[in-house]
Design a protein around this ligand. Structure first.
Ligand code: ZN
Length: 306
């Protein structure tokens, strides 16, 4: 009996020491709130709102394709230790629920797109597959990005109430930047003759942008890059380019460009530059932040269509 009490006491000391070590580690790390975002664009928004208080990580980093992402054990560890998890929602991260379950995450999960008016993917000429319902690419509208920022701000305040004033001030400043971005996009698009505001791109990722700024996008693939365009889709695109006299079409990063080369050869339409839809570039690239990405895309579109 005495011996078992002794063993129990030792066990308690070991457990208490482990808890103390974990607390000390948390305090060393605790300078910054660890927040995990599903992909690079969301991570940038989180970093802007969180500022110095937050350490933001993206599961799918620059150049990765969220539609077909396969989470790793390292992702489960990151999600499991995060204080806040930020996802896009609208069916974008089909792999996320399983990852959260596997990681036994305790942190709240916020959906950045909550409150956005969802766009239906099904529209004539976009060639999406039957599985496509809601278009998840809501961040392609800077107005929607304002909603994302407000949701991220509220999520950060929820898990870190002492940071409220910081998060509120950062959100106000960043939303002002988004308003300037919107003004600049409108001005740039106005320089394109109205009859030339139409283009073809690889996957149907620009519907929200199209709705905001009055540029028609025809996509070679549906809202997910997962599905390959069929031979019939390609034939429809070629016909559309010829019939509607579409001046140019664009590659996207993270999508196989061979399809568009084929279409160029068939139609003689101009191949525009690279558009960023679902991912940022690396830090040295032209789309290292959300705002840089939008400005880069608009420059490429204006150059291609003017
Ligand atoms: Zn996409």
């Amino acid at each position: 009996m005495r011996r078992s009490l002794g063993v129990l006491a030792v066990a308690c000391v070991v457990v208490l020491a482990a808890i103390a070590a974990a607390r000390a580690q948390a305090e060393r790390d605790g300078d910054k709130l660890s927040v995990v975002a599903s992909f690079s664009i969301l991570r940038d928004l989180v970093a802007n709102v969180g500022g110095d208080r937050v350490d933001a990580t993206a599961l799918v980093g620059p150049g990765g394709d969220v539609h077909v992402y396969a989470p790793t054990p390292a992702d489960a560890r990151i999600v499991g230790t995060a204080r806040l998890i930020v996802v896009n929602g609208l069916g974008f991260e089909g792999w996320m629920d399983r990852l959260v379950r596997a990681s036994a995450a305790q942190a709240p999960i916020i959906m950045a797109s909550a409150g956005v008016a969802p766009r239906q993917a099904a529209k004539p000429g976009s060639f999406e597959t039957a599985t496509a319902g809601v278009d998840p690419h809501a961040w392609q509208s800077p107005h929607n990005a304002e909603i994302y920022v407000a949701n991220i701000r509220d999520g950060l305040i929820r898990v870190d109430p002492p940071g409220r004033r910081t998060y509120e001030a950062n959100a106000v400043a960043y939303i002002a930047e988004l308003a300037r971005l919107d003004t600049d996009i409108r001005r740039a698009v106005a320089a394109i003759p109205a009859a030339r505001r139409k283009l073809v791109t690889t996957h149907d990722a620009f519907g929200y942008f199209a709705a905001d700024y009055g540029i028609a996008f025809i996509a070679a693939q549906g809202v997910s890059s997962e599905t390959e365009a069929s031979a019939r889709d390609v034939a429809s695109i070629i016909r559309a380019i010829r019939e509607q006299n579409i001046p140019a079409f664009f590659f996207e990063n993270a999508v196989d460009p061979r399809l568009l080369r084929l279409i160029a050869a068939e139609t003689g339409a101009r191949i525009g530059g690279t558009l960023f839809s679902d991912t940022l570039s690396n830090a040295a690239g032209p789309a290292a932040t959300y705002v840089d990405m939008m400005r880069h895309n608009v420059r490429e579109i204006v150059d291609g269509l003017r």
